[in-house]
Design a protein around this ligand. Sequence first.
Ligand code: PEP
Ligand code: MG
Length: 535
Amino acid sequence: MLQTRNGKRTGAAMVKIAVDLLAQGKIDEKTALKRIDANKLDELLHPVFETSAIKAATVLAKGLPASPGAATGQVVFFADEAAKYPEAVLVRVETSPEDLEGMHIAKGILTARGGMTSHAAVVARGMGKCCVSGAGAVKINYKTRVMTIDGKEFHEGDWISLNGSTGEVYDGKVGTMDPDMSGDFGKVMDWATKSTRMKVRTNADSPDDAKVARDFGAQGIGLCRTEHMFFEGERIKAMREMILATDEVERRKALDKLLPYQREDFEGILEAMAGYGVTIRLLDPPLHEFVPHEEANQKIMADEMGISVEKVKALVEDLHEFNPMLGHRGCRLGITYPEITEMQARAIIEAAVNLTKKGVDARPEIMVPLVGTVAEFKNQAAIIRSVAEKVFAEKGARCDYQVGTMIEIPRAALTADHIAAEADFFSFGTNDLTQMTLGYSRDDAGKFLPDYLNRGILKQDPFQVLDQNGVGLLVEIGVTRGRSAKPDLKMGICGEHGGEPSSVMFCDSVGMDYVSCSPYRVPIARVAAAQANLK
Ligand code: PEP
Ligand code: MG
């Protein structure tokens, strides 16, 4: 034999070959499982391009493979116009929580800016929707509604196609095929269940996402980002009233309006994940994300709230920060405005008590974001625990709950023993931990990361694949020091790395209890977790 080469095969072929070889007795189950390339399972879960159509297609640009799958559609530039076309591709410089509804409607999302943990990437992955982010060659003019790529103009309504698994952007309409999830897929999942040590949870913000993930085998929610719950209908109005409030009394009035919405959301999610832990994170993003930045939307907000556009503009200006990712966000918000933490804690505990009374096994885990010092955690945990006791007294009933924290600031990892003494669990937020350890802005790294990768300065995008030597070392220190103070402290990861196979294997090696990832990555994480255990 002079030479061998690995045969190229599709994800479906990979699964069929493993299942057939096992059925023929040529390999055992563990070997069959080891032969699965977890990343390739994506092809079984998302649409792909028709083979002949993609061969004839022209690549226009390349961005980041932010959320897998193939999409073809007509260009729209504004999220609230996505419904104009039955198949739309939303094209934005970057997305923000305001764009959520349009992102839901669109077949795919293309952004000019932003990395693998940008808003567009994280949200699209949660929705299981194709997304290419950080395509630097894409220039967008919102005023003229024109996108230019290498001198070629695209107007609203023009067709483009995206491959969210490779980051390629294609000219025109390229036919797609729906995924074909055969019974063999279920067999692979069964093998994974038998061989795994680590649990796989999901990052989900709605009962629907929770159900999708549960069907894929998720055992709990590792991250429920509550900020997405503030955007629908009346909620955003109340949220903006809260932000506009000039004193605590006004703020509490607005928060009282938000409480029932939050409680209802939490009841839905806790019920969808009954019997499993549900980690609910308190408000995390900077408040400027909740106010409109485009003039037309500022006018709408002013009309809705009965205030002048100037007042809205002044508010937006006031909330401006030079570096919002390092600014007034996370637990810093809850410390400045304890009434926000109180409202959210009340909504969670009331929801859990209501469900417990109905016989539902609700298991809330309240998570404090962006903790850097134990004093921050103690401050927020004291508020949460005191609200819980109040609710128990009012309702004459109790429920089980836990209070823990994200470990996403390097200092938190380094002082994990102090924090562990106070916390019921840790969840490693490796998106922010990567940002802060490497000093790369998660939203702006797209400008230089491609150069770093091309020149070999970095081997992989650290927002995609955990930087095990640097960020991973902090994670390891966090786990070890945390467990030195509390040996049975529950540990998991909820950054985007929780669905990336090599990072999942790393999490297993440092002894985490679970990884958490977006619903459509749950099968990938389950296979990777099982393979890690077999190693
Ligand atoms: C993280 O930082 O890893 C995380 C999960 O939180 P977010 O992405 O919402 O900042
Ligand atoms: Mg974070």
